[in-house]
Design a protein around this ligand. Structure first.
Ligand SMILES: [Mn+2]
Length: 256
């Protein structure tokens, strides 16, 4: 298939979790005018701890470089796991442009803000922290609730559920993904973009958030997903399923 644009992120090359063979197959079967690498392409964090670099990971890099050579515009927006690449912003590597963020104009004229998304951790962090505390607090509340109602009972007061009262607040704090999506979309709207493409949370999605198109291209660790734009400017998510590999081909044996 040929697309106008392909967005992929969170490949995590350099880790055993990266599904390099499936990714290589996807890159072979699909071409595009634009290819956006939306961060966490190479996992520098893990490589620093333990060197892991099989041939398939080399092949992926070779394939990306070949695409750039053949005229595909490859734009690389580094993420937090490949933050070392942020030292080379606005440089070219074998035709691959490294930029902090990009703006992709779709065929139907929409402006999409392309970012990895880790900058929003700080915004969402508070909610995440609350979630951990919230979970613990909930357990504690249940105990406290029993104790309080025991007291209330002895004083002749009716039963009152403290845990029920706090439950909806905890639930709200636990919604990390939604918080992230909303924060990113809100910032995109503030900058005047019609949509945003990001990665980082490994959760593929296309949805409207208050009039802004939120797109997350997923990852190549679990979901094996990509965001693609066709010639009409329509965006969709693609989950790559490889065909079972034929190991032994039937052979013709000539009998003399
Ligand atoms: Mn990331």
């Amino acid at each position: 298939m040929h697309y106008r644009a392909i967005f992929i992120s969170d490949l995590h090359l350099g880790t055993p979790g990266c599904q390099a063979d499936a990714l290589l197959d996807f890159l072979k079967e699909n071409t595009s005018d634009y290819l956006y690498l939306v961060g966490d392409i190479i996992d520098g964090w893990q490589l620093r701890r333990r060197w892991y670099w099989p041939q398939a990971h080399n092949d992926v890099i070779q394939k990306l470089l070949r695409k750039a050579r053949k005229g595909c515009r490859v734009i690389y927006v580094p993420g937090n796991h490949d933050e070392f690449a942020r030292h080379f912003l606005d440089h070219h590597f074998g035709g691959i442009e490294v930029v902090e963020e990009a703006v992709h104009k779709t065929a139907d004229g929409r402006q999409l803000w392309v970012i990895h998304g880790d900058y929003f951790d700080a915004v969402v962090q508070q909610a995440k922290w609350l979630a951990y505390v919230g979970d613990y607090l909930y357990e504690f509340t249940l105990k406290l609730n029993r104790y309080l109602n025991n007291m209330r009972g002895r004083l002749g007061l009716p039963y009152w559920s403290l845990s029920a009262y706090l439950k909806h607040k905890v639930k709200k704090a636990l919604n990390y993904v939604t918080d992230f999506e909303n924060a990113v979309a809100h910032e995109a709207a503030k900058h005047g973009y019609q949509g945003v493409v990001c990665g980082h949370i490994h959760r593929a999605e296309i949805r409207d958030v208050n009039g802004v198109l939120y797109c997350n291209d997923g990852d190549w660790v679990e979901s094996r997903s990509a965001l693609v734009e066709n010639e009409q400017g329509e965006l969709s998510l693609l989950y790559w399923q490889t065909e079972p590999v034929v190991i032994a081909k039937p052979q013709l044996v000539k009998v003399a």
